[in-house]
Design a protein around this ligand. Sequence first.
Ligand SMILES: *Cc1c(COP(=O)(O)O)cnc(C)c1O
Length: 486
Amino acid sequence: MNPTPPLDHLFHSSQSGRYAQAMHLGVSELSAALARTVGRPATGRAPEQASKPIADVDLDNPLGDIPAALAEMRALYLDDAVWFHEPAYAAHLNCPVVIPALLAELFVSGVNSSLDTFDQSVGGTYIERHLIEWTAGRIGFGTGADGVFTSGGTQSNLQALLLARDHTHLAWPGTPSAALRIFASTDAHFSVQKSARLLGLGEEAVVAVPVDEHRRLDAVALARALATSAERGEVPMAIVATAGTTDFGAIDPLADIAVLARAYDTWMHVDAAYGGGLLASSTRRDRLSGIEHARSVTIDFHKTWFQPVSASALVVADGRDLGHVTWHADYLNPRDAFDTDSPNQVDKSLQTTRRFDALKLWLTLRIMGPEQIGTYVDTIVDLANATGSTIAARSDVELAAVPQLSTVVFRFRPPAMSEDAADDLVPRIRAALYERGLAMVAATRVDGRRWLKLTLLNPAATPADIERIVDLVVELGRELGTEAVA
Ligand SMILES: *Cc1c(COP(=O)(O)O)cnc(C)c1O
């Protein structure tokens, strides 16, 4: 017989006091760190500085007590973490998160329900279902709609394309996978191509459709591509419309795409991972009009709904389409006479064990309500517009395009500076901003040229805060540009 193991670290009814104590220590640690972050989104630690002290930790020798472990974590991680709530953080699609969702996290991980089956989640299953139904309602889907929470837009897009593939195989029996085509704009997210590869479609499967002058999928070019493809005997499997492209926030012409999808009897998927927050806006919801014609929609709640990672959903107009991922296991969700009515979410998901991420959105809606989220979305769109106008009016910076959602693509380029010189400065300015702990911005390429990108998702940031980042870019551009000449 082994000795009885100590239970003091187990989430267990006998340890409720210790549980509360540990959580209080954690909350104190984090709120103290939060209070310290003012003015600095990051300290600028480099990979070689970050890696060694972590590699040196001997994982076979525990520290044993909570305060010591928290102090170690602070030094190894927290002190140099990147803070998305800082106005000078404007790099990727990371949002500051809302407190009601963090409150929910406590229950998500503590209770640890798994949303695969009703018998592991009970109310959780119905909370998720109600949120999906609500989201479907905002999209404008009818009563047959359904969906499921996923780990992110990448998984949502993969599942959507899997459903589209299986649907196409059913509709056109005998079609070889090599003949299937997915149409998406050149600016669509890379997860579309990645999904095509994971689904065993050929390298040629994704047809890149040109964008118009606003970087939206060009519907005329799409019509041409569909016709050419049909002439070659290929089968259109899906059209992916993006509602909010990662670089320019462009929203493809959803209504025009819907007409073509109908004409070719093809699955229309809308990747609204980024633009999905507009569903909550009371002034800009119309920008998504046409989304209701989709057969499936990706929404990332962990982007423009201010939820912690992960929180995403795939929503489908016809819930029966989800049947393409249903699989029965005798031990979990058996297909037998006694169990046919069990409401098991695993029947709709690519995952089995699955976090109850939906609870975060639930408490957000129950505490804040959707209107406040919509106000946040409007604020960041306004912020991007204001920043775009400021940049357009300056002669030392160049704007790549008028902002459409909440990104601003620009670069340092005073009069007389060549394109090549401006290109050369982009990565150096970006690196210097990070290394000096001043600000964080992203970089991208547009038609072969390098640009800086601000992704604005912080409703607490002001136009002055963002102008400060632009000023820093200019200051560094001058400094580094002089160095290059010298
Ligand atoms: C972020 C994003 C994705 C991928 O979502 P993840 O949650 O990062 O997996 C897909 N499409 C678009 C348009 C995105 O912006």
